[in-house]
Design a protein around this ligand. Structure first.
Ligand code: CMC
Length: 428
């Protein structure tokens, strides 16, 4: 394997260093190429551009591999818990029992939010999408903890912000939902584990005791593990770029929530259910919608199919498909939308258009189905994704800052007008 690559341009040859990752991924380092040649590289959507060296998550889209800190997603989903995985992602190693107990206790102690945050929440109309509310409440933490704005804080101080964020996100998420339905917010109960506490704040009512179904809590915990990190995707790259300007952790994560919101990223799970409802309202003719998805003149895409990096299968989709089957069976859910989902899945898996383009159901296809079965309303799906992704965002932000990475600042190829004279109003 060569240690360098050559680029020939305008009669000159430039030698560029080649670097190799621990999983033998090879990259050409173009960091100094522009200063030496005056030429940049272009790659819209960063489809083939590595923005960093990272030791957090390894993903091989062709082989369908996903590992957090070296541990396979299959093993973690089966044997671990969400907070253990969060610790692993953020601090690099699986915690000992004592360390995990303390981590959980610290998080439980910080679940409550400042009462003034309720005033901010009250300012939102009930039509506000919970992702917008979530993002705003996360960034509002900079006002309640202004010391978090100091980019030179000690590791212990950063850890406290991390604990606060992990602790408060479920409170914010469920309060955003309560705002939407016009119900009073439910306060956290610190004797409950992370997902059970989330469920009681989400579905509880002040007048009655909410009983957490352990099957639901377990399924949710597993879903959060599956979403916990996914290396340099749109929202994570956003968190790193925002944080690279030395913006605070809270501001960076708030930006990540916004990036996740879109239907091509985290919003896909909401889009999946909306699509299934649309197909149902249209008479449930899946063949017609399959044809629309394949028609290049029709903007319709089959939501929950295809992935930017997984071009064979999404390993998370395999685990989640099984979880979906288990949960639906256990809860005895009978939902016509699910029959439409199954029909689409079967047809797409044997349709040459989807097979040739390697378009398989992705994690969001099944997560939407599970969330619906758990009684979580559609507009909260992306919020659930954000809850799961939080440890990954934090780990990536921390790594970027600890590595002292430079501010993110891409270049461009300008294709606009050349210099021209200002045209007075009466001549336009
Ligand atoms: N339905 C119909 N055709 C599709 C679909 C789809 N869902 N996805 C891709 N294609 C076609 C696309 O039209 C193109 O066809 P052609 O080569 O003939 O022009 C080909 O497949 C390649 O598509 P692409 O847009 O170049 O693929 P990409 O890697 O840039 O996009 C994607 C990946 C996820 C944005 C896209 O597959 C998509 O829009 N899927 C639906 C939305 C979705 O489920 N998103 C969730 C992704 S998983 C969650 C996450 O990690 O954020």
């Amino acid at each position: 394997m060569s240690n360098s690559a050559e680029i020939k341009i305008n009669g000159n040859t430039y030698e560029l260093p080649v670097i190799k990752g621990t999983e033998d991924e090879v990259a050409i380092d173009i960091g100094k190429f522009r200063s030496e040649s005056g030429v940049i590289t272009i790659d819209p959507g960063f489809k083939n551009t590595g923005s960093t060296k990272s030791a957090i998550t390894f993903l091989d889209g062709e082989k369908g591999i996903l590992r957090y800190r070296g541990y396979t997603i299959e093993e973690l989903a089966e044997k671990s818990s969400f907070l253990e995985v969060a610790y692993l992602l953020i601090y690099g190693e699986l915690p000992s029992e004592d360390v995990l107990t303390k981590f959980k206790e610290d998080i439980s102690r910080h679940t409550l939010v400042h009462e003034d945050i309720k005033k901010i929440l009250d300012g939102f109309p009930s039509a506000a999408h919970p992702m917008g509310v979530l993002s705003s409440l996360v960034t509002s933490l900079t006002a309640f903890y202004p010391e978090s704005l100091d980019p030179n804080r000690s590791a212990d101080e950063v850890d406290l912000s991390i604990i606060r964020l992990l602790a408060k996100l479920p409170t914010f998420a469920t309060w955003a939902f309560k705002n939407e339905i016009g119900h009073p917010v439910i306060y956290p109960k610190n004797n409950l584990d992370y997902t059970s506490n989330f469920l009681q704040m989400m579905f509880g009512l002040p007048a009655e005791e909410y009983e957490v179904d352990p099957v639901v809590a377990k399924a949710l915990d597993q879903l959060l593990i599956l979403h916990a990190d996914h290396e340099q995707n749109c929202s994570t790259a956003t968190v790193r770029v925002v944080g690279s300007s030395h913006a605070s952790l809270f501001a960076s994560i708030s930006a990540g929530v916004c990036a996740l919101w879109g239907p091509l990223h985290g919003g896909a799970n909401q889009a999946v259910i909306e699509m299934l409802e649309q197909i149902q309202a249209d008479g449930g003719n899946t063949a017609k919608w399959m044809a629309k998805a394949k028609d290049k003149n029709d903007p319709f895409r089959l939501m929950g199919f295809g992935h930017r990096v997984y071009k064979n299968f999404d390993p998370r989709a395999k685990i989640i498909k099984k979880a979906a089957d288990d949960v639906l069976k256990k809860l005895g859910v009978n939902d016509p939308i699910l029959d439409i989902a199954k029909g689409l899945e079967e047809e797409a898996l044997k349709d040459p258009y989807f097979v040739e383009r390697k378009l398989y159901p992705n994690v969001d296809f099944y997560s939407g189905i599970i969330y619906r079965a758990l009684g979580i309303p559609t507009e909260m799906f992306t919020v659930m994704f954000a809850l799961g992704r939080l440890p990954g965002w934090i780990a990536q932000w921390k790594e970027m800052r600890e590595n002292g990475e430079p501010i993110g600042r891409p270049r461009q190829v300008y294709v606009g007008n050349n210099e021209r004279s200002y045209v007075p109003m009466d001549k336009r």
